[in-house]
Write a protein that binds this ligand. Structure first.
Ligand SMILES: Cc1cc2nc3c(=O)[nH]c(=O)nc-3n(C[C@H](O)[C@H](O)[C@H](O)COP(=O)(O)O)c2cc1C
Length: 186
């Protein structure tokens, strides 16, 4: 599968088979993440691999938000079940002081986003599925995994063999709506 096919066919996978992820595949995913570009090559990321079923269950339980920040009509995280059933969860953390801020833009989330895409594409290329889960109780993850207070938890990635096969995903905006030549809107 070439890179364009990997990008085109990657989908968010939220249900997983009861089948372990081979350690060499897990290492290949982590290596893909390690190769990501970052602000001044500071590599602000740290990743925690969680396999303990009891911990995965607890993580699944706190993958929601109960606040006015939640989108209108929000009921539950569609990835809640998948977090418990995936054989592995990769918890993506960042040290914001190990990245840059310029013109009011903080780049640690950019660094993490790039690493996350490497993670998701590597999983896809290896026949595995994953999804970026951004909805969770960060404080509880901190205490559960002994994460220092200066470190932000940016995303959870359940990884496993997909239970669901998706031919296509949610539609994307047409190219002429998002890409311009020479000037904004042109
Ligand atoms: C930053 C970010 C946060 C996300 N958070 C969640 C989440 O909490 N739960 C979930 O089920 N999907 C989550 N997603 C997955 C998106 O819903 C999904 O990528 C989008 O609908 C497009 O579908 P596709 O990935 O299958 O192409 C998140 C994606 C991103 C990039």
């Amino acid at each position: 599968m070439d890179i364009f096919e990997t990008i085109r066919t990657r989908r968010s996978v939220r249900r997983f088979m009861d089948k372990p992820v081979e350690e060499d595949k897990l290492q290949a995913i982590l290596e893909a993440v390690r190769q990501a570009p970052s602000w001044a090559n500071l590599q602000c990321w740290r990743f925690i691999v969680v396999k303990d079923p009891a911990v995965k269950e607890k993580i699944s339980e706190i993958s929601y938000v109960e606040s006015f920040f939640a989108p209108k009509g929000y009921k539950a995280n569609p990835s809640k079940k998948g977090l418990a059933e995936a054989p592995v969860i990769i918890v993506a953390c960042a040290d914001p002081s190990q990245s840059g801020t310029i013109w009011g833009q903080s780049y640690y989330m950019t660094d993490m986003g790039i690493a996350a895409q490497n993670l998701m594409l590597a999983a896809r290329a290896l026949g595995l599925g994953t999804v970026f889960v951004g909805v969770f109780d960060e404080e509880k993850i901190h205490s559960m995994l002994a994460i220092p207070p200066n470190i932000r938890v940016v995303g959870l990635f359940p990884v496993g063999y997909p239970l669901e096969k998706k031919a296509s995903g949610p539609a994307r905006k047409p190219l002429n709506e998002i890409a311009f030549y020479e000037k904004w809107g042109a």
